[in-house]
Design a binder for this molecule. Structure first.
Ligand code: NAP
Ligand code: MG
Length: 515
């Protein structure tokens, strides 16, 4: 019910009555007038994709070459906006993973660990420049394979991917200055497992510091978004990165498990769900493998009465609807100070009705496709639980394409702390709105979550920002902005959001032994 296709263009409120029956309330005519999306049609502005050279089949990247998986198994990667099959992706089993780890070990022992930091840095600079050169093509591929809007893949993901390689290239020959008085040494072979929400960016966050510190790598992309990683492998070939320094094994969860369990891995870096993170933690307990985990989040975005409300609403919108809400640090719980609840809700409702949902390759699109059918089902299930538990849902009237996986921008009011939508990660464009009276209450409610990845504070008072930020148990807190990233800035969580930091000098530490 929550997923509406080709709906009539009016704002509706969905809720359950006391008996659990659906109640749909059409908003009064004056509110319907706020449906700007219905009044102003944009002409399509598609990003060109006809020059994109998709391969029919993507093989594994082991020891500098593209190789078939031993079992000859492949699976399809689809475009979630059209449900079209894009290409076949190789499925690596434990045997292929073993080949990749051995290649990485040889490259570590014979080449990479023997190069000076200055030489390693040169390769990283070369990779960064090649990424810049090919950034438009990579952005289009990222959008086709993952469903994110071209606006984001082109203007956010790809510039940050190149920036991470540039940034860590700079550290490669300065490690002893990053940690004065200590002797930084590389660890060996790193196994890196990444999710589907920022495929290339997560690869960059992991590869760049690992290589800068002198480690070799076996990378496992997510099953639904492996294509850009394989194009990155071509860039490694063009940069003449020595064979085996980076190996890429595609496949599902089993491939990741084989990597985690491989005895010759020195370090595991994982970004993904808390559930899989806990499993990894258990399986490497008692081994010498080092581990960093970047897991889920349920961030609080706190808006005080003295905040510039229009600016805050824009930040809240980008905080949750950016990348279809497929963001671990999304501001998915909004805490509004009571005195401004009515205007904030009105502005939010108006604003979501102007967000354009649809073809992710269109440069005007604000919200693209949900990454997979499975993720869409997860979002729908959690939204239904919100309705069952008595919260009210406000949804944009956006018309959704008939093919593909879509969810309209939505928010819940009437949410209590015990609702699943206030506790669990929805990982979609759905916001849970709650209220508070005092700063103390805001802090207490914001910290009332098993996660601790990120948070946001909106206020006119600098002193209030510092007071609140120091009491929030979150690895990253944005003040009067949201979802801003920079390679120099460390990112990571507390509690069930994991441990270890990526980005900045902190991001070097997980890849070094520091005597
Ligand atoms: P996921 O299911 O945990 O998958 C993450 C990666 O782990 C994928 O490559 C996955 O392969 C692989 N995997 C699955 N089972 C495994 C196992 N038993 N052993 C080893 N690897 C395994 O997470 P997701 O659904 O793809 O991603 C969404 C989650 O990531 C959200 O919870 C989000 O908050 C979190 N996330 C966190 C951050 C952060 O920095 N903290 C950043 C982005 C995302 P398959 O793809 O084939 O399943
Ligand atoms: Mg795909």
């Amino acid at each position: 019910m929550a997923r509406r296709k080709s709906s009539s263009p009016q704002l509706i409120v969905l809720s359950k009555d006391g008996d659990g029956h659906d109640r749909r309330v059409a908003l009064p005519a004056k509110d319907r007038r706020l449906n700007f999306g219905d009044r102003w049609e944009y002409a399509p502005a598609p990003e060109a994709s006809n020059y994109i050279q998709l391969k029919k089949r993507y093989e594994l990247f082991i020891n500098g070459r593209f190789v078939r998986p031993r079992a000859g198994k492949y699976f399809y990667s689809i475009n979630p906006a059209t449900e079209e099959k894009l290409a076949q992706i190789a499925e690596a089993d434990a045997y292929d993973v073993d080949l990749a780890v051995k290649a990485a070990r040889r490259a570590y022992d014979n080449v990479w660990s023997k190069l000076s930091g200055r030489e390693r840095g040169k390769y990283l600079y070369r990779i960064a420049r090649l990424i810049q050169e090919k950034s438009r093509e990579l952005a289009v591929l990222e959008t086709m394979d993952g469903g994110k809007t071209i606006k984001e893949s082109r203007d956010v993901d790809l510039p940050l991917v190149a920036a991470h390689f540039f940034y860590y290239a700079g550290w490669a020959d300065k490690l002893e200055y990053a940690f004065p008085g200590r002797s930084p040494r590389s660890l060996g072979v790193a196994g890196q497992i990444i999710p589907w929400n920022f495929p290339l960016l997560m690869a960059a966050w992991k590869l760049a510091p690992a290589l800068a510190c002198g480690n070799t790598v076996v990378l496992k992309p997510a099953e639904t978004t492996s294509i850009t990683a394989m194009h990155l492998a071509e860039i490694f070939q063009q940069a003449e990165l020595p064979d085996g320094v980076v190996n890429i094994v595609t496949g599902a969860g089993e491939t990741g498990r084989a990597l985690v369990d491989h005895p010759k891995i020195d370090k595991i870096a994982f970004t993904g769900s808390t559930e899989v993170g806990k499993r990894i933690l258990k399986s490497i307990a008692g081994t010498k493998k080092k581990l960093t985990l970047e897991l889920g989040g349920k961030a609080a975005n706190i808006i005080f009465e003295d905040a510039p409300i229009d600016q805050a609403v824009e930040g809240i919108i980008s905080g949750i609807y950016f990348n279809q809400g497929h963001v671990c640090c999304a501001g998915s719980r909004l805490f509004v100070q009571e005195g401004i609840f009515a205007p904030v809700i009105r502005k939010l409702r108006d604003r979501i009705s102007t967000l354009r949902v649809g073809n992710p390759l269109d440069k005007n699109t604000d919200i693209g496709a949900i990454n997979s059918k499975m993720q869409l089902e997860k979002i729908c299930e959690l939204v239904d639980s919100g309705l069952q538990q008595g919260a009210q849902l406000v949804q944009s009237p956006a018309r959704l394409p008939s093919k593909g996986y879509w969810y309209p921008p939505s928010f819940f009011t009437g949410v209590t702390a015990s609702h699943r939508i206030a506790q669990e990660e929805i990982f979609g464009p759905v916001l849970s709105v709650m209220t508070f009276r005092t700063p103390e209450e805001a802090i207490e409610r914001a910290n009332n979550t098993p996660y601790g990845l990120s948070a946001g504070v909106w206020t006119d008072k600098g002193s209030k920002i510092f007071k609140i930020v120091n009491k929030l148990r979150a690895g990253v807190v944005w003040a009067n902005t949201y979802n801003k990233f920079d390679p120099t800035s460390p990112f990571g969580g507390y509690k069930e959001s994991g441990f270890g930091r990526e980005g900045g000098t902190h991001g070097l530490m997980p890849y070094l032994a520091l005597d």
